[in-house]
Design a binder for this molecule. Sequence first.
Ligand code: SAM
Length: 292
Amino acid sequence: MSNKPGALYVVATPIGNLEDMSPRAVRVLSQADLIAAEDTRHSATLLRHFGIDRPVVAVHEHNERMKTHELIRKLSAGQSIALISDAGTPLISDPGFNLVRAALAGGIPVVPIPGPCAAIAALSASGLPSDRFAFEGFPPAKAAARRAKFEDLRTEPRTLVFYESAHRIAECLDDLAAVFGRDRAGVLARELTKQFETVRSATLGELSDWVRSDANQQRGEMVVLVHGLPRDTGQKIDAHADRVVRVLLAALPLKQAAALAAEITGVKKNLLYAHGLGLARSADSGSASHDK
Ligand code: SAM
């Protein structure tokens, strides 16, 4: 296969582990007439590692609008251009949106080359419901705006996925626990695919205390996930439902326990699942992380 002339390729690159680079990504980059990279120096290391020697131009949040015209001209003249960001999938909290929109508006084919994405990697290993989720990118940096944003999301039923930087993770978790409640289930996924990969499941209160008490957990790159609020069906977990979940949970995995408990009690499975998750977390606190 060779690159289509005049096509824009949106190429995902590793989020840490170079083994995650797909052979297709390597081929597309090697055949591109031009690589548009968020940071040319950063990407030089990746390109060198894979023996890719193509012209590279910088396209980042400060010059994307300006560069878009130039790149669209080149694409229209038949060049094949590959867009990469510093890590992961371009456009996902990364530059590229203007370029892709302009390409599509100009009838230029846009071809995704899928691969790593921290949000999806974290979700896939989180154990939180993944049938529906909401990616929220980075929460606002300022405390008041961040809390207001969390307030807006407090009753969201889908799993919430946030990116957060190392130097704000402690404050972010404090605010999540304050707004969503210390008992809401969450996951901190740190340094995915790298040496110190950690995926920790706990309540938001426990995550916040843990990160505050261990400076190592405030290093590197991280994704924070929050269990959605089960829709209020008017149903409550009464003493009977609580007992049924506890008994089943002692013998069965959570999903099965919730499904059976729903049949026995008539209470919604999602509500029982969330209740069971809370029980499992409190029984398990401290032992539910895996460090690689
Ligand atoms: N486009 C990228 C993607 O597809 O994941 C995300 C770019 S965004 C500027 C960078 C943020 O992604 C980091 O601050 C962190 O929240 C998250 N991230 C990137 N790599 C990660 C990793 N290896 N482990 C955990 N989170 C990561």
